[in-house]
Write a protein that binds this ligand. Sequence first.
Ligand code: PGA
Length: 249
Amino acid sequence: MARTHYIAGNWKMNTSKAEAVALAKDLVEQLKGKTNKYMIGVPFVYLDAVAQVVKGSNIILAAQDCAATANGAHTGEVSTEMLKDIGVQCVILGHSERRHEIGESDELINKKVRRALNEGLEVDLCIGELLAEREAGEAEQVCAFQLSADLAGVTEEQMKRVTIAYEPVWAIGTGKTATPEDAEAIHKFIRGYIAKLYNQKVADEIIIQYGGSMKASNAPELLAQPDIDGGLIGGASLKAETFVPICVL
Ligand code: PGA
């Protein structure tokens, strides 16, 4: 089944305000009229400025996290209400850097996923195994656990607003990419597991991105795989000249 390619840039904790605005302007210009699905995950403090730039374009604006609760006494948190107020449409959740550097649990990620979906936002849910887990032959088991825990309570209707990003942790920012065959094997497993959790229709329609050192040179082979529908791109998304070539594949 042919699915629209969904190419997302995860800027992580990078750029100045001026760089963020300039990069967004370049992307709006260069992706105008292009027909894949596009998203950029922008640092919280620059979301408002970038929202003005991408408004009315074909680029979805995403935050890199959100609070699990409504507005209230939660120091330092950023709510879905606040994000929607400034034009954010999507939230990246469960990124391995939040799971492993900050210690976010699947229980917390699930609360955030449900909060974002209940508030009408799209979710790009990141899952993936550590190197030790892959070497122990547990990659599928880890992904299955994360999917069932993180999507608990998410309805079939809400799944239309969920994208899965499979990001083997050992491939993120390391220059090591999973081979297209290894990545395809896990993507196929993930799609099969979604069919088990929901049904075949949800599994056929869900977009599963690959993430982990994706760049213009390796993207064509990865995106040619039947179950790899897009990419969540970190390092190569920080410059239009390295990101746009992947977007237009
Ligand atoms: P990378 O990051 O492309 O720099 O490996 C991907 C990600 O963590 O989303």
